[in-house]
Design a protein around this ligand. Structure first.
Ligand code: HEC
Ligand code: HEC
Ligand code: HEC
Ligand code: HEC
Length: 457
């Protein structure tokens, strides 16, 4: 028999062996999402200080200032995880998985090392590294068709994966990764499905159905902006180096100006006691996803309209109702919510705290998250349904009207009417109740616009 014939006869056998072999390799290396729990060691990953010591000084300092390096240690993350999520997970089998799962995104190396729950931030353990350089630069892809719930494939080692072909480094090997230039890469942590099967974070999915994905503008273009600079201290100058800014809701400069406002009346000469309708147009010119996005369960975005008459008296105008289902959640009210925090806090009869903490009658652009009893919740892991999504989509314009009867006592002369759009990361009543440092409740003025009417004698 000729050698080639032997080989041909052996081909199916070689084929089968290869398949079995790669099957084993896949199941060993490519555990992703929940299955990656405890599959690695802390020591498999390089410390960020090693990357930043002399080679990637700028990226290290940028990352250090970004939320990425604080995803485990930031005050509110620590409070929500240790005070609410962990105790809740220990009591309710339905959400037991989040005790480990929160850190699949917030401290991936702790999760992969099977450290559940990791030591508190004050212990200064390696869990504090949060989303580190080596987490991202040893990701080689994701499992399944949709990136979500930390389903990235992690292959730590000497090879670092990055966006540049023909990159070389004295410290490690490099491999080109198309994946790092894609929005899917970000989606592995910026889409989240909770134990009830609800999308409780969908920044990547919102982007995907919006205009920017169609125009080929991935997340990196707005959150890792490209500059003429160096990607390593000793490297040459390059025209388009991805800056590790990751600036988002925690950067007031990123939030200001996201939406443009214009307000106009339907009549400029008004008698006291007469009614006038103001229309506000709100155009989302800046985000690549909805606004607010991400932790939408706790973000506040609200429109406040005030009139000031010639004598300086100020009147607050409540928004006109539109009549859509669930609208009650989008108009600020004096009502209690977030009762499900009582589970973790051992207060079964907990009455809740003020839902909004902003002036009654203001329009709130939000996606209400509802617990299994149908009450509003900020505990995304305890979300069994959501109400109407009333956030502002990328490049969407929303129109709001304010029909108002000018008080008979209003001073004659010019009257200023101002519309202000405000933003807050966490409602003030929750910040106060849980003792979260005040900066989490900082109010950022996104934008404003003013118009004038005349009050007749
Ligand atoms: C391994 C998981 C992971 C990956 C991959 C990831 N992120 Fe994040 N990202 C996080 C976590 C966790 C936080 C939250 C930090 C915190 O606790 O507030 C975060 C925070 C951010 C923030 C700051 C948000 C704020 O409130 O200020 C931005 C912006 C951001 N990521 C953008 C991106 C982009 C763009 C990509 C893709 C290039 C990406 N992320 C990839 C996990 C990840
Ligand atoms: C959240 C994930 C994430 C983290 C954390 C992260 N990077 Fe990156 N990095 C990326 C992505 C994504 C790109 C490619 C962006 C692109 O080109 O679209 C990148 C690009 C780079 C590049 C190549 C830049 C260029 O344009 O040539 C280097 C070098 C780099 N990162 C080093 C680091 C170092 C060092 C750290 C830690 C201080 C770090 N990265 C942290 C995701 C991350
Ligand atoms: C066209 C520019 C643009 C694109 C594209 C874009 N973003 Fe943003 N993003 C913004 C702006 C502006 C903000 C600040 C306003 C806000 O918080 O939504 C923001 C905010 C965020 C935040 C903070 C949300 C919060 O409340 O904590 C995260 C996280 C984020 N983006 C991630 C992403 C991811 C992931 C992608 C890709 C799937 C992406 N962005 C695409 C402009 C963009
Ligand atoms: C699929 C990834 C993922 C999982 C799982 C996840 N998070 Fe996050 N988390 C993020 C990202 C990304 C952000 C930041 C950007 C945003 O708001 O979308 C974030 C933000 C936060 C914030 C900060 C909000 C702020 O105002 O600064 C807290 C607190 C938080 N997460 C707690 C938790 C807890 C507790 C769990 C588990 C019950 C959890 N996360 C599970 C990805 C995740």
């Amino acid at each position: 028999m000729k050698l080639s014939n032997i080989l041909i006869k052996l081909l199916p056998v070689i084929f089968i062996i290869t398949i079995i072999g790669s099957g084993i390799a896949v199941s060993q290396v490519k555990k992703a999402g929940d299955e990656a729990l405890g599959t690695k060691k802390y020591d498999d990953f390089e410390k960020p200080e090693v990357c930043g010591a002399s080679c990637h000084v700028d990226f290290y300092q940028q990352w250090k200032q970004a939320m990425m390096s604080q995803a485990y240690t930031h005050h509110w993350d620590e409070i929500e995880y240790f005070k609410l999520a962990v105790p809740h997970a220990e009591k309710d089998p339905k959400v037991a998985g989040v005790k480990a799962g929160c850190n699949g995104c917030h401290s991936p190396i702790a999760f992969m090392a099977g450290d559940v729950p990791p030591p508190k931030p004050e212990a200064n353990s390696r869990a504090n590294e949060s989303v580190s350089c080596d987490v991202c630069h040893t990701i080689t892809g994701f499992a399944g068709d949709t990136p979500f719930n930390f389903n990235f494939i992690s292959e730590p080692g000497r090879v670092k994966y990055g966006p540049r072909e023909a990159a070389s480094s004295p410290a490690h090997e490099t491999k080109y990764s198309e994946f790092h230039k894609s929005a899917d890469f970000c989606g592995v942590c910026h889409n989240e499905k909770d134990p009830y099967g609800i999308w409780v974070k969908s920044t990547h999915l919102e982007w995907k159905e919006g205009p920017y994905s169609k125009e080929g503008v991935p997340c990196q273009k707005c959150h890792m902006t490209f500059a003429k600079s160096h990607n390593a201290s000793m490297g040459p100058e390059l025209p388009d180096v991805a800056q590790h800014l990751f600036h988002g809701a925690h950067d007031p400069g990123k939030v200001r100006g996201v939406v443009e406002l214009r307000i106009h009346p339907d009549n400029r000469d008004v008698d006291p006691g007469e009614s006038v309708k103001f229309t506000v147009a709100l155009f989302n010119q800046k985000t690549g996803h909805k606004f607010p996005t991400g932790s939408a369960e706790e973000r506040m975005l609200w429109l406040h309209v005030e009139a000031t008459d010639a004598k300086g008296t100020v009147y607050h105008l409540p928004v006109d109702k539109k009549g859509f289902p669930g609208e009650e959640y989008t108009i600020a009210a004096n009502t209690l919510a977030y009762q499900d925090m009582g589970i973790a806090l051992n207060q079964p009869d907990f009455k809740g705290v003020q839902r909004d903490g902003v002036p009654e009658g203001d329009r709130i652009f939000r996606l209400p998250y509802l617990d299994p009893q149908g009450r509003m919740t900020i505990q995304q892991w305890n979300t069994a349904s959501q109400s109407t999504d009333y956030r502002i989509g990328p490049r969407e314009t929303k129109m709001e009207t304010f029909t108002w009867t000018v008080p008979t006592a209003a001073a004659p002369g010019p009257m200023k009417v101002k519309a202000v759009l405000n933003y807050q990361k966490l409602p003030t009543p929750i910040v106060e109740f849980l003792g979260v440092p005040k900066d989490e409740a900082e109010i950022i003025e996104v934008n404003f616009h003013e118009t004038n009417i005349n009050i007749n004698q």
